[in-house]
Design a protein around this ligand. Structure first.
Ligand SMILES: *[C@@H]1O[C@H](CO)[C@@H](O)[C@H](O)[C@H]1NC(C)=O
Ligand SMILES: *[C@@H]1O[C@H](CO)[C@@H](O)[C@H](O)[C@H]1NC(C)=O
Ligand SMILES: *[C@@H]1O[C@H](CO)[C@@H](O)[C@H](O)[C@H]1NC(C)=O
Ligand SMILES: *[C@@H]1O[C@H](CO)[C@@H](O)[C@H](O)[C@H]1NC(C)=O
Ligand SMILES: *[C@@H]1O[C@H](CO)[C@@H](O)[C@H](O)[C@H]1NC(C)=O
Ligand SMILES: *[C@@H]1O[C@H](CO)[C@@H](O)[C@H](O)[C@H]1NC(C)=O
Length: 356
């Protein structure tokens, strides 16, 4: 090592020790091998970082998508990456102005949350190594930017027809991987076998819409829109917000960071896919619905003629199906339900569940 090299390594040690990166504690081989290296093509955010501070590490820790970062030396810039060098060894290249660090703490495994979908099961295996077990992971669906929960068989390498575009699903259907095979399901608002046919359902003429009798139904691709007729203002069957996060589903096992509904604006809400269609009325297992203490409705759904009714939402833990509860309002709008919800006070993580 020449003098400049050892000086730079030494400076790097100091920077790393100051910012307390784990890699810094093993100062020497580990940091040195990442010095004058970078991960290219996976930067999702570039930030300013004051030299000698932990700005970069803190920014990376604060963003669940962040897997690693490149420090641009002497320029006070840091690049947050959504992959590690292990996931993409081909993109781990020499660069004399940078050094590379894998996120040490709080790194979310690739593909474990919808915000961080992997490109393939193989990529998860490369990224997580032996920690990658067979199970459900979020993958890019058809590289369109949407992510889809998919089973990865980490033991026997099983081809993924959906991910590899080897399927023959209709373009208005979703390909879903099963063990050893796949199936096609028309997207919500479309009807058919998923392969040869997925016709747009006209909810307005079929009368399956939930628009108010003083509202107007307008068919849209895959869904429908309700608007109030002139002279009428909305009610909760017309004016509601939608909750559609797939992690709400009662079958979705929670992974950190857990969902927390502490900041829901009080108002009327409708559960829609991919979350589900309604709040479940049975106690879900704890840590389902993307949260540690899922909320379910302890009571039956009302009929249209019941109007607005009050119901209790229970939050379940490992030991109790109702360790705490709060009151909500529910109304049947014919083909769907709306719920008057508000933020769940005090302790996170608790959140309202959805089911089909
Ligand atoms: C990851 O970063 C790349 C850019 O490097 C970007 O195109 C991609 O959308 C990012 N993925 C996610 C899930 O943010
Ligand atoms: C998937 O992508 C291919 C092009 O890569 C496209 O032809 C096909 O229609 C897409 N399938 C779906 C279901 O979006
Ligand atoms: C997938 O199918 C194989 C063969 O039938 C079986 O041995 C394996 O346990 C299955 N894996 C899962 C996750 O169901
Ligand atoms: C629709 O508007 C009419 C006229 O104002 C009113 O009598 C009727 O009750 C409204 N329907 C509903 C379901 O509110
Ligand atoms: C899929 O749905 C869109 C929106 O309704 C429609 O324009 C398109 O023609 C459909 N694709 C096929 C192949 O039917
Ligand atoms: C539904 O109605 C809203 C409000 O008028 C409008 O912004 C939106 O574009 C409509 N959606 C479709 C798909 O027509």
């Amino acid at each position: 090592m020449d003098r400049r090299g050892s000086l730079a390594t030494c400076m790097l040690c100091m920077v790393s020790l100051m910012s307390q990166d784990t890699s810094g504690w093993q100062c020497g081989a580990d940091v040195y091998s990442n010095y004058q290296m970078m991960l290219r093509a996976h930067t999702f955010k570039t930030i300013k970082a004051r030299p000698g501070t932990s700005d970069c590490r803190q920014a990376c820790n604060a963003d669940t998508r962040c897997q690693s970062y490149n420090m641009v030396m002497f320029r006070g810039i840091c690049e947050l990456n959504n992959r590690t060098k292990d996931a993409r060894p081909d993109d781990f290249i020499k660069n004399k102005d940078r050094y590379y660090i894998t996120k040490a703490y709080y790194r979310v495994p690739l593909g474990s949350i919808p915000e961080l979908p992997a490109d393939s099961c193989e990529e998860i295996l490369a990224s997580e190594g032996e920690k990658a077990v067979s199970g459900s992971y979020w993958l890019h669906f058809n590289r369109s930017g949407n992510s889809l929960l998919t089973h990865c068989n980490m033991g026997m390498r099983d081809i993924d027809e959906c991910e590899d575009n080897l399927h023959d699903c209709h373009s208005n259907a979703t390909c879903k991987k099963t063990n050893g095979s796949y199936f096609c399901a028309c997207k919500p608002g479309f009807g058919g076998d998923g392969k040869n046919e997925c016709e747009d359902l006209d909810e307005c003429t079929e009368g399956s819409h939930g628009c108010h009798s003083n509202g107007t139904c307008e068919n849209t691709a895959g869904s429908y829109n309700c608007t109030c007729k002139t002279g009428f203002s909305g009610d909760e069957c017309v004016e509601y917000r939608e909750l559609n996060d797939a992690r709400r589903k009662v079958t979705y096992a929670a992974v950190r960071p857990y969902k927390c509904d502490d900041s829901i604006i009080p108002g009327w809400y409708r559960m829609v896919e991919p979350a589900g269609k309604r709040i479940p009325t049975k106690c879900p297992g704890n840590t389902m619905c993307g949260t540690a203490r899922p909320g379910w409705m302890n009571g039956v759904h009302p009929a249209v003629e019941d109007g607005v009714v009050s119901r209790k939402v229970c939050f379940s833990t490992r030991n109790s199906c109702c360790y705490k509860s709060l009151w909500i309002k529910v109304r049947s709008c014919g083909t769907f339900y709306v719920y008057y919800l508000r933020g769940i006070p005090n302790v996170c993580p608790e959140s309202y569940c959805a089911t089909d």
